[in-house]
Write a protein that binds this ligand. Structure first.
Ligand code: SAJ
Length: 416
C-alpha cells in the first residue's frame, strides 16, 4: 500500500512520518522545493519534539520520500492550509489546488481523505473539484449510501496540539466523516494502522463542524476568562484568585485569561462557522471580538503605568517578556504578544527590550533602533515597566523582590 500525503507542514509531515514508522510506504507532496530537499535529506523544516528523529529514520529506511508532483498511490491524505481570506472568509484555494493536482493520477479503488480544518461542505466541494477533472471515474454523492463509487472521499480533521503532535496523533480519538458510510469505513481502516484510540464514524458535514466546534468551544471559554479579567480589573479584584476560587465548584472550570488568543487554529476556526451561519453564531462571533480586543486592554494598562511613573515615554524603558503565541514554543503565528510588542514599538519608549528564550533574532517587523533582544535578568534590572506576555517556564522562577519599584503588567497571572 502506498499513501500519499499532500502538504508537508505542521500536520502533513508528522502524519507522513508516523505512517512511515509503521512501515507504510509514504510519498509526501509539497509545492516548496526547499521543503522537499530538506525532507529527502532526512531533516525537517518545522519545530516539533521528536519529529526530526522520526523523519530521519523514515527517509533512511526508504519508507518516506518527498516529491513536488503527485504520483499514483492507494490513499491520498490532504493536509494543506485553509487560512482566513479577506473579510474573515475561508480561503479554500489550497484544497482546490490539491484536488486538481491529484485528480490526474487517481485510479479506481483510491481513497481521498481531507485532514485540513475546513468549513462545512468542503469535502463535498473537494469531491466536485476532482469529479470536474475526471469524468471517466465515479465519485461518491453525499448522503447516497447505496451508490458504490470508484473513489472514496472522507474528512478526518486533525486535532493535535502543537508541541505534542506525535503523541496526540496516536492517542487522540479520531472523528471520521464520509461522503458516504462506505467512504468513512474505508478511511477507518487506514487510521487503525497508527491510532491507538477510537475512530468514530459520521458523515463529512458533521466531522467538519465537529472540528470547528471544538476550537470554538475553547475560544468562547477563553473569551469568558478574558471578559472576567476586564470586569475584575474594573472592580479591583484579582482575577487569578477569583478563577481559582470559582473553580472549586464541582461544575465550574473557567480557563485562564491572557493577552489574547493566538495560533492559527483557535483564532481562525470560529470564523468558518460564522461565515456559514452568520445570524446563528452571535456568541461565537462575540467571543472572537472579545479575544481580539484583549491586546488593546494591555496597551491601556501600559499607558496607565506611564502616567503612574510620571515621566515622558522617551525617558522610560519597557520590557516585553515572551513573543510566541503560547508558552515554551517558538511559534509567533497570530501571536497576541507579537501584536502587543509591535504596538509598544510605535509608542516612543526610550528602549523596548524583548525577552524571548525560544528565538535568536528579532522578528523583522519589530526591528528598530530602540528595540533589542535581551536576557531575562538584564532586561528586568534595566526596565521601568515589565509586561509579561507569555508564561514561558524561565519567567516563573524570578525572585519577586527584583520586580519591586517597577510597573508590572502580568497578562498571564504568572506572578500573581
Ligand atoms: N489560551 C488562553 N487561555 C487558556 C488557554 C489557551 O489564553 O486558558 C490561549 C493560548 O495562550 C494561545 C491560544 O489560546 O494563544 C490557543 O492555544 P491552545 O493551546 O489552546 O490551542 P492551539 O491553538 O495550540 O491548538 C488547538 C487545539 N484545540 C483544542 O484544544 C480544542 C488542538 O487540539 C487543535 O488540533 C489545534 O487547535 C488545531 O490544529 O486546530
Amino acid at each position: 500500500m502506498i499513501v500519499s500525503v499532500i502538504g508537508l507542514g505542521y500536520i502533513g509531515l508528522p502524519t507522513a512520518a508516523v505512517l512511515a514508522s509503521n512501515e507504510i510506504k509514504v510519498i509526501g507532496v509539497d509545492v516548496n522545493q526547499q521543503t522537499i530537499d530538506t525532507i529527502n535529506s532526512g531533516r525537517i523544516h518545522i519545530i516539533e519534539p521528536g519529529l526530526d528523529v522520526l523523519v530521519s529514520e523514515a527517509v533512511k529506511k526508504g519508507y518516506l520520500k518527498a516529491v513536488i508532483k503527485p504520483q499514483k498511490a492507494d490513499i491520498f491524505m490532504i493536509a494543506v492550509p485553509t487560512p482566513l481570506g479577506n473579510g474573515n472568509k475561508p480561503d479554500l484555494s489550497y484544497v482546490k489546488s490539491a484536488a486538481k493536482a491529484i485528480a490526474p493520477v487517481l485510479e479506481k479503488g483510491n481513497l481521498v481523505i481531507l485532514e485540513s480544518t475546513s468549513p462545512v461542505g468542503t469535502t463535498e466541494k473537494l469531491t466536485m473539484w476532482m469529479r470536474d477533472e475526471r469524468s471517466d471515474i465515479s465519485f461518491p454523492e453525499f448522503g447516497n449510501n447505496n451508490f458504490l463509487a470508484d473513489i472514496a472521499v472522507a474528512h478526518c480533521p486533525e486535532r493535535v496540539l502543537p508541541g505534542k503532535v506525535l503523541r496526540e496523533l496516536i492517542e487522540n480519538n479520531r472523528i471520521i466523516g464520509g461522503i458516504s458510510d462506505n467512504c468513512a469505513r474505508q478511511a477507518k481502516d487506514l487510521y487503525k494502522i497508527f491510532v491507538h484510540a477510537d475512530s468514530l464514524l459520521t458523515d463529512s458535514r458533521t466531522a467538519e463542524l465537529c472540528k470547528l466546534v471544538e476550537n470554538s468551544f475553547r475560544d468562547v471559554n477563553i473569551a469568558f476568562a478574558n471578559e472576567l479579567s476586564l470586569i475584575s480589573d474594573k472592580l479591583g479584584v484579582n482575577v487569578w484568585n477569583l478563577i481559582k476560587l470559582a473553580n472549586q465548584h464541582p461544575r465550574v472550570n473557567i480557563l485562564q485569561p491572557g493577552p489574547g488568543v493566538g495560533g492559527h487554529c483557535i483564532a481562525v476556526d470560529p470564523w468558518f462557522i460564522s461565515d456559514s451561519a452568520p445570524n446563528e453564531s452571535k456568541l461565537i462571533q462575540t467571543a472572537r471580538l472579545v479575544n481580539d480586543n484583549k491586546p488593546n486592554f494591555v496597551i491601556d494598562k501600559i499607558n496607565k503605568s506611564v502616567k503612574a511613573i510620571g515621566r515622558n515615554r522617551s525617558d522610560i524603558k519597557i520590557v516585553c517578556l515572551g513573543l510566541s503565541f503560547k508558552p515554551d514554543i517558538d511559534d509567533l503565528r497570530e501571536s497576541p504578544a507579537l501584536e502587543i510588542a509591535l504596538k509598544i514599538r510605535l509608542m516612543g519608549f526610550s528602549e523596548l527590550m524583548l525577552v524571548e528564550p525560544n528565538i535568536s533574532n528579532i522578528p523583522s517587523e519589530l526591528k528598530h533602533e530602540s528595540v533589542r533582544l535581551s536576557s531575562f535578568e538584564k532586561a528586568i534590572k534595566a526596565s521601568d515597566i515589565v509586561v509579561l506576555l507569555v508564561d514561558h517556564t524561565p519567567f516563573k522562577s524570578i525572585d519577586l523582590n527584583e520586580l519591586s519599584g517597577k510597573q508590572i503588567i502580568d497578562t498571564r497571572g504568572t506572578w500573581s
